[in-house]
Design a protein around this ligand. Structure first.
Ligand code: TXA
Ligand code: MG
Length: 346
Protein backbone atom coordinates (compact mmCIF):
# COMPACT_ATOMS: atom_id res chain seq x y z
CA UNK A 1 0.00 0.00 0.00
CA UNK A 2 1.22 3.49 -0.86
CA UNK A 3 0.85 6.02 1.95
CA UNK A 4 -0.15 9.44 0.72
CA UNK A 5 0.59 12.56 2.79
CA UNK A 6 -1.60 15.67 2.34
CA UNK A 7 -0.68 18.95 3.98
CA UNK A 8 -3.88 20.30 5.54
CA UNK A 9 -2.35 23.66 6.35
CA UNK A 10 -2.23 24.21 2.59
CA UNK A 11 -5.24 22.06 1.57
CA UNK A 12 -7.61 21.83 4.54
CA UNK A 13 -10.78 21.22 2.52
CA UNK A 14 -9.43 18.74 -0.04
CA UNK A 15 -7.36 16.85 2.56
CA UNK A 16 -10.14 16.39 5.08
CA UNK A 17 -12.67 15.56 2.35
CA UNK A 18 -10.45 12.74 1.10
CA UNK A 19 -9.78 11.59 4.67
CA UNK A 20 -13.49 11.52 5.50
CA UNK A 21 -14.24 9.51 2.36
CA UNK A 22 -11.61 6.91 3.30
CA UNK A 23 -12.98 6.70 6.86
CA UNK A 24 -16.51 6.09 5.57
CA UNK A 25 -15.15 3.34 3.30
CA UNK A 26 -13.63 1.57 6.32
CA UNK A 27 -9.98 2.63 5.77
CA UNK A 28 -7.52 4.13 8.27
CA UNK A 29 -6.46 7.78 8.21
CA UNK A 30 -3.78 9.39 10.42
CA UNK A 31 -4.58 12.94 11.48
CA UNK A 32 -3.18 15.66 13.75
CA UNK A 33 -4.76 16.60 17.05
CA UNK A 34 -3.59 19.21 19.57
CA UNK A 35 -2.03 16.40 21.66
CA UNK A 36 -0.43 13.81 19.33
CA UNK A 37 -1.30 12.35 15.91
CA UNK A 38 -4.14 9.84 15.90
CA UNK A 39 -4.77 6.77 13.74
CA UNK A 40 -8.44 7.01 12.91
CA UNK A 41 -11.18 4.61 11.79
CA UNK A 42 -14.97 4.80 11.67
CA UNK A 43 -15.72 4.09 15.34
CA UNK A 44 -19.04 2.39 14.58
CA UNK A 45 -17.51 -0.02 12.03
CA UNK A 46 -16.25 -3.07 13.90
CA UNK A 47 -14.00 -4.31 11.06
CA UNK A 48 -12.43 -0.89 10.51
CA UNK A 49 -11.73 -0.58 14.24
CA UNK A 50 -10.10 -4.01 14.28
CA UNK A 51 -7.75 -2.97 11.50
CA UNK A 52 -6.34 -0.22 13.79
CA UNK A 53 -5.05 -2.91 16.15
CA UNK A 54 -3.44 -4.77 13.26
CA UNK A 55 -1.74 -1.64 11.83
CA UNK A 56 -0.29 -0.69 15.24
CA UNK A 57 0.47 -4.16 16.55
CA UNK A 58 -1.67 -3.22 19.55
CA UNK A 59 -3.15 -5.75 22.03
CA UNK A 60 -6.90 -5.97 21.34
CA UNK A 61 -7.94 -5.59 24.99
CA UNK A 62 -6.55 -2.02 25.10
CA UNK A 63 -9.61 0.17 24.43
CA UNK A 64 -9.76 3.16 22.08
CA UNK A 65 -10.97 6.74 22.42
CA UNK A 66 -13.90 7.89 20.25
CA UNK A 67 -13.39 11.40 18.83
CA UNK A 68 -16.39 13.66 18.18
CA UNK A 69 -16.78 17.10 16.60
CA UNK A 70 -19.77 18.31 18.69
CA UNK A 71 -20.60 17.97 22.38
CA UNK A 72 -24.06 16.63 21.53
CA UNK A 73 -22.44 13.67 19.74
CA UNK A 74 -21.62 12.02 23.10
CA UNK A 75 -25.30 11.41 23.78
CA UNK A 76 -25.68 8.29 21.57
CA UNK A 77 -22.34 6.84 22.81
CA UNK A 78 -22.91 6.98 26.55
CA UNK A 79 -25.66 5.30 28.55
CA UNK A 80 -26.31 8.66 30.30
CA UNK A 81 -24.35 11.91 30.35
CA UNK A 82 -23.63 12.62 34.03
CA UNK A 83 -23.82 16.19 35.33
CA UNK A 84 -20.09 16.25 36.04
CA UNK A 85 -19.37 15.24 32.45
CA UNK A 86 -21.41 18.19 31.20
CA UNK A 87 -19.54 20.58 33.48
CA UNK A 88 -16.19 19.28 32.29
CA UNK A 89 -17.21 19.32 28.62
CA UNK A 90 -18.31 22.95 29.01
CA UNK A 91 -15.03 23.85 30.70
CA UNK A 92 -12.52 21.94 28.55
CA UNK A 93 -14.01 20.83 25.20
CA UNK A 94 -12.83 21.10 22.55
CA UNK A 95 -9.46 20.25 24.11
CA UNK A 96 -7.10 17.60 25.51
CA UNK A 97 -9.52 15.92 27.95
CA UNK A 98 -10.94 12.40 27.46
CA UNK A 99 -13.94 11.40 29.58
CA UNK A 100 -14.94 7.81 30.39
CA UNK A 101 -18.58 6.92 31.16
CA UNK A 102 -20.82 3.86 30.77
CA UNK A 103 -21.22 2.91 27.12
CA UNK A 104 -24.39 2.60 25.08
CA UNK A 105 -25.27 -0.41 22.94
CA UNK A 106 -24.18 1.18 19.64
CA UNK A 107 -20.48 1.18 20.59
CA UNK A 108 -18.72 -1.87 19.08
CA UNK A 109 -16.88 -4.22 21.45
CA UNK A 110 -13.72 -3.71 19.40
CA UNK A 111 -13.62 -0.07 20.63
CA UNK A 112 -13.99 -0.83 24.34
CA UNK A 113 -11.98 -4.02 24.51
CA UNK A 114 -15.07 -5.61 26.05
CA UNK A 115 -15.39 -3.03 28.90
CA UNK A 116 -18.82 -1.59 29.76
CA UNK A 117 -17.40 1.95 29.52
CA UNK A 118 -16.23 4.09 26.60
CA UNK A 119 -13.76 6.98 26.36
CA UNK A 120 -14.73 10.05 24.32
CA UNK A 121 -13.01 13.30 23.50
CA UNK A 122 -13.56 16.35 21.30
CA UNK A 123 -10.23 17.54 19.86
CA UNK A 124 -9.49 21.24 19.36
CA UNK A 125 -7.22 20.83 16.32
CA UNK A 126 -8.76 22.32 13.14
CA UNK A 127 -7.86 19.43 10.81
CA UNK A 128 -9.18 16.89 13.33
CA UNK A 129 -12.40 18.84 13.73
CA UNK A 130 -12.99 19.12 9.96
CA UNK A 131 -12.17 15.45 9.38
CA UNK A 132 -14.55 14.16 12.08
CA UNK A 133 -17.31 16.53 11.03
CA UNK A 134 -17.05 15.51 7.36
CA UNK A 135 -16.87 11.79 8.24
CA UNK A 136 -20.16 12.18 10.14
CA UNK A 137 -19.30 9.34 12.56
CA UNK A 138 -17.36 9.13 15.82
CA UNK A 139 -13.71 8.45 14.92
CA UNK A 140 -11.92 5.79 16.97
CA UNK A 141 -8.25 6.73 17.25
CA UNK A 142 -5.27 5.69 19.32
CA UNK A 143 -1.95 7.51 18.96
CA UNK A 144 -0.60 6.82 15.44
CA UNK A 145 2.61 5.06 16.52
CA UNK A 146 3.55 1.41 16.32
CA UNK A 147 2.71 -0.12 19.69
CA UNK A 148 5.62 0.50 22.06
CA UNK A 149 7.03 3.53 20.20
CA UNK A 150 6.59 7.10 21.46
CA UNK A 151 3.43 8.87 20.31
CA UNK A 152 4.00 10.84 17.08
CA UNK A 153 3.91 14.63 17.29
CA UNK A 154 4.65 15.31 13.59
CA UNK A 155 3.47 13.73 10.33
CA UNK A 156 7.09 12.63 9.74
CA UNK A 157 6.94 10.51 12.92
CA UNK A 158 3.71 8.91 11.69
CA UNK A 159 5.30 8.13 8.35
CA UNK A 160 8.30 6.53 10.13
CA UNK A 161 5.94 4.06 11.84
CA UNK A 162 3.03 3.70 9.39
CA UNK A 163 4.53 3.96 5.88
CA UNK A 164 2.92 1.28 3.70
CA UNK A 165 0.39 0.33 6.40
CA UNK A 166 -2.26 3.03 5.86
CA UNK A 167 -3.49 4.93 2.77
CA UNK A 168 -3.40 8.52 4.10
CA UNK A 169 -1.68 10.82 6.59
CA UNK A 170 -3.05 14.35 7.04
CA UNK A 171 -0.13 16.64 7.90
CA UNK A 172 -1.27 19.58 10.01
CA UNK A 173 2.15 20.47 11.39
CA UNK A 174 3.58 19.74 14.86
CA UNK A 175 1.14 19.05 17.73
CA UNK A 176 0.71 21.81 20.26
CA UNK A 177 0.85 19.83 23.54
CA UNK A 178 3.04 16.87 22.58
CA UNK A 179 1.59 14.44 25.17
CA UNK A 180 -1.69 12.54 24.92
CA UNK A 181 -4.93 13.83 26.46
CA UNK A 182 -5.81 13.61 30.12
CA UNK A 183 -7.99 10.51 30.62
CA UNK A 184 -10.58 10.96 33.39
CA UNK A 185 -12.97 8.23 34.50
CA UNK A 186 -16.39 9.43 35.66
CA UNK A 187 -17.58 5.94 36.65
CA UNK A 188 -17.55 6.52 40.41
CA UNK A 189 -15.36 9.25 41.95
CA UNK A 190 -13.60 11.25 39.18
CA UNK A 191 -10.23 9.57 38.69
CA UNK A 192 -7.34 10.52 36.43
CA UNK A 193 -6.19 7.38 34.61
CA UNK A 194 -3.66 9.23 32.49
CA UNK A 195 -2.45 12.79 33.22
CA UNK A 196 -2.23 15.38 30.44
CA UNK A 197 -2.46 19.07 29.66
CA UNK A 198 -5.78 19.42 31.50
CA UNK A 199 -4.26 19.07 34.95
CA UNK A 200 -5.51 17.73 38.29
CA UNK A 201 -5.64 21.33 39.53
CA UNK A 202 -7.76 22.45 36.56
CA UNK A 203 -10.18 19.52 36.90
CA UNK A 204 -10.58 20.00 40.67
CA UNK A 205 -11.48 23.63 40.13
CA UNK A 206 -14.53 22.45 38.16
CA UNK A 207 -15.70 19.23 39.89
CA UNK A 208 -14.06 19.28 43.34
CA UNK A 209 -12.04 16.32 44.54
CA UNK A 210 -10.31 14.32 41.81
CA UNK A 211 -8.34 11.14 42.47
CA UNK A 212 -5.23 9.96 40.68
CA UNK A 213 -4.88 6.29 39.70
CA UNK A 214 -2.07 4.62 41.62
CA UNK A 215 -0.10 3.46 38.61
CA UNK A 216 0.59 6.96 37.28
CA UNK A 217 4.02 7.43 38.84
CA UNK A 218 4.84 3.88 39.90
CA UNK A 219 4.89 0.52 38.19
CA UNK A 220 1.97 -1.81 38.85
CA UNK A 221 2.77 -4.25 41.62
CA UNK A 222 2.47 -7.98 41.05
CA UNK A 223 -1.18 -9.05 40.90
CA UNK A 224 -2.43 -5.43 40.79
CA UNK A 225 -4.92 -4.65 38.04
CA UNK A 226 -4.68 -1.51 35.93
CA UNK A 227 -7.53 1.03 36.17
CA UNK A 228 -6.87 1.63 32.50
CA UNK A 229 -5.73 -1.27 30.34
CA UNK A 230 -3.17 1.00 28.62
CA UNK A 231 -1.32 1.32 31.94
CA UNK A 232 -0.37 -2.33 32.10
CA UNK A 233 1.52 -2.27 28.83
CA UNK A 234 5.13 -1.27 28.60
CA UNK A 235 5.10 2.11 26.96
CA UNK A 236 7.83 3.67 24.93
CA UNK A 237 10.89 1.56 25.55
CA UNK A 238 13.74 3.29 23.70
CA UNK A 239 16.67 1.18 22.55
CA UNK A 240 18.74 3.46 24.77
CA UNK A 241 18.65 3.07 28.53
CA UNK A 242 16.89 6.04 30.15
CA UNK A 243 17.63 7.08 33.74
CA UNK A 244 15.69 9.85 35.52
CA UNK A 245 17.52 11.93 38.14
CA UNK A 246 15.33 13.84 40.63
CA UNK A 247 15.96 16.23 43.50
CA UNK A 248 16.94 19.85 43.92
CA UNK A 249 18.04 21.42 40.62
CA UNK A 250 21.76 22.01 41.38
CA UNK A 251 22.11 18.54 42.90
CA UNK A 252 20.48 17.00 39.83
CA UNK A 253 22.98 18.76 37.56
CA UNK A 254 25.93 17.61 39.70
CA UNK A 255 24.71 14.00 39.74
CA UNK A 256 24.03 14.04 35.99
CA UNK A 257 27.61 15.28 35.34
CA UNK A 258 29.07 12.48 37.53
CA UNK A 259 27.00 9.84 35.77
CA UNK A 260 27.83 11.28 32.36
CA UNK A 261 31.59 11.20 33.02
CA UNK A 262 31.42 7.65 34.31
CA UNK A 263 29.39 6.45 31.34
CA UNK A 264 31.80 8.11 28.93
CA UNK A 265 34.73 6.37 30.60
CA UNK A 266 32.89 3.10 30.06
CA UNK A 267 32.73 3.94 26.35
CA UNK A 268 28.98 4.61 26.25
CA UNK A 269 27.28 7.11 23.95
CA UNK A 270 25.58 9.23 26.56
CA UNK A 271 23.35 12.25 26.12
CA UNK A 272 21.53 14.54 28.56
CA UNK A 273 17.88 15.61 28.31
CA UNK A 274 18.35 19.01 29.97
CA UNK A 275 16.36 22.15 30.76
CA UNK A 276 17.21 25.82 30.16
CA UNK A 277 17.87 26.20 33.90
CA UNK A 278 20.60 23.53 33.88
CA UNK A 279 22.23 23.74 30.45
CA UNK A 280 25.04 25.93 31.90
CA UNK A 281 26.18 22.96 34.05
CA UNK A 282 26.67 20.70 31.00
CA UNK A 283 29.22 22.66 28.94
CA UNK A 284 31.17 20.37 26.57
CA UNK A 285 28.69 17.50 27.14
CA UNK A 286 26.18 16.21 24.60
CA UNK A 287 22.79 17.52 25.62
CA UNK A 288 19.37 18.50 24.28
CA UNK A 289 17.37 21.31 25.91
CA UNK A 290 13.77 20.12 26.24
CA UNK A 291 12.34 23.32 27.71
CA UNK A 292 11.82 25.28 30.92
CA UNK A 293 11.62 23.51 34.30
CA UNK A 294 9.23 26.18 35.58
CA UNK A 295 6.85 25.59 32.65
CA UNK A 296 6.49 21.80 32.39
CA UNK A 297 4.15 22.15 29.40
CA UNK A 298 7.24 23.20 27.40
CA UNK A 299 8.94 19.93 28.40
CA UNK A 300 5.84 17.92 27.45
CA UNK A 301 5.78 19.55 24.02
CA UNK A 302 9.26 18.29 23.09
CA UNK A 303 9.61 15.03 25.08
CA UNK A 304 8.45 12.44 22.55
CA UNK A 305 10.17 13.99 19.53
CA UNK A 306 13.40 14.43 21.53
CA UNK A 307 13.33 10.80 22.68
CA UNK A 308 12.84 9.64 19.08
CA UNK A 309 15.84 11.76 18.02
CA UNK A 310 18.24 11.02 20.86
CA UNK A 311 17.47 7.31 20.59
CA UNK A 312 19.07 7.33 17.12
CA UNK A 313 22.44 8.36 18.63
CA UNK A 314 22.75 7.40 22.29
CA UNK A 315 22.89 4.19 24.39
CA UNK A 316 22.21 6.10 27.61
CA UNK A 317 19.91 9.07 28.16
CA UNK A 318 20.17 10.98 31.44
CA UNK A 319 16.93 12.91 32.01
CA UNK A 320 16.11 15.43 34.73
CA UNK A 321 13.04 14.87 36.89
CA UNK A 322 10.71 17.74 37.83
CA UNK A 323 8.01 18.31 40.50
CA UNK A 324 4.76 16.47 39.76
CA UNK A 325 2.25 19.29 40.17
CA UNK A 326 0.41 20.88 37.22
CA UNK A 327 1.72 19.63 33.84
CA UNK A 328 4.69 18.10 35.71
CA UNK A 329 2.50 15.06 36.45
CA UNK A 330 1.95 14.36 32.74
CA UNK A 331 5.64 14.87 32.02
CA UNK A 332 6.89 12.55 34.77
CA UNK A 333 4.25 9.93 33.90
CA UNK A 334 5.63 9.65 30.33
CA UNK A 335 9.29 10.05 31.26
CA UNK A 336 9.21 7.40 34.01
CA UNK A 337 7.58 4.92 31.61
CA UNK A 338 10.24 5.61 28.99
CA UNK A 339 12.81 4.97 31.74
CA UNK A 340 11.18 1.70 32.85
CA UNK A 341 10.90 3.52 36.24
CA UNK A 342 14.69 3.77 36.69
CA UNK A 343 14.88 6.70 39.07
CA UNK A 344 17.85 8.12 41.05
CA UNK A 345 17.49 10.66 43.85
CA UNK A 346 20.34 13.21 43.67
O1 TXA B 1 -4.52 12.57 23.05
C1 TXA B 1 -5.00 11.44 22.90
O2 TXA B 1 -5.76 10.93 23.74
C2 TXA B 1 -4.63 10.66 21.64
C3 TXA B 1 -5.21 11.43 20.45
C4 TXA B 1 -5.02 10.70 19.16
O3 TXA B 1 -6.55 11.70 20.70
N1 TXA B 1 -5.10 9.32 21.70
C5 TXA B 1 -4.52 8.39 22.51
O4 TXA B 1 -5.09 7.13 22.41
O5 TXA B 1 -3.58 8.63 23.24
P1 TXA B 1 -4.39 5.81 22.98
O6 TXA B 1 -5.25 4.71 22.52
O7 TXA B 1 -2.96 5.78 22.58
O8 TXA B 1 -4.56 5.92 24.53
C6 TXA B 1 -5.85 5.77 25.12
C7 TXA B 1 -5.70 5.43 26.59
C8 TXA B 1 -5.15 4.03 26.76
O9 TXA B 1 -4.27 4.04 27.88
C9 TXA B 1 -6.42 3.21 27.08
O10 TXA B 1 -6.14 2.06 27.85
C10 TXA B 1 -7.27 4.22 27.83
O11 TXA B 1 -6.99 5.46 27.21
N2 TXA B 1 -8.69 3.93 27.69
C11 TXA B 1 -9.46 4.03 26.58
N3 TXA B 1 -10.73 3.64 26.83
C12 TXA B 1 -10.78 3.30 28.14
C13 TXA B 1 -11.81 2.80 29.00
N4 TXA B 1 -13.05 2.59 28.57
N5 TXA B 1 -11.48 2.54 30.29
C14 TXA B 1 -10.21 2.76 30.75
N6 TXA B 1 -9.21 3.22 29.98
C15 TXA B 1 -9.48 3.49 28.70
MG1 MG C 1 -0.89 5.47 22.64
Amino acid sequence: MVTEVINTERQPEAGTRQGAKLLREGALVAFPTETVYGLGANGLDEAAVRSIFAAKGRPSDNPLILHVSRKSDVQPLWDTVPRRARQLMDAFWPGPLTLICRRSAIVPDAVTGGLDTVAVRMPANRTAHMLIQKAGVPVAAPSANLSGRPSPTTAAHVLEDMDGRIPLILDGGPCRYGVESTVLSLCGAPTILRPGAITLEMLSAVVGEVQVAKSILAPLGQGETAASPGMKYKHYAPKAEVVVITGETQKIAKKVCEMYNLAEMQGKNVEIAATIQTKGFYKGKKCVILGDRNHPETLCATLFSSLRNIDERADLILAEGIPTDHAGLAYMNRLLRAAGFQLIEA
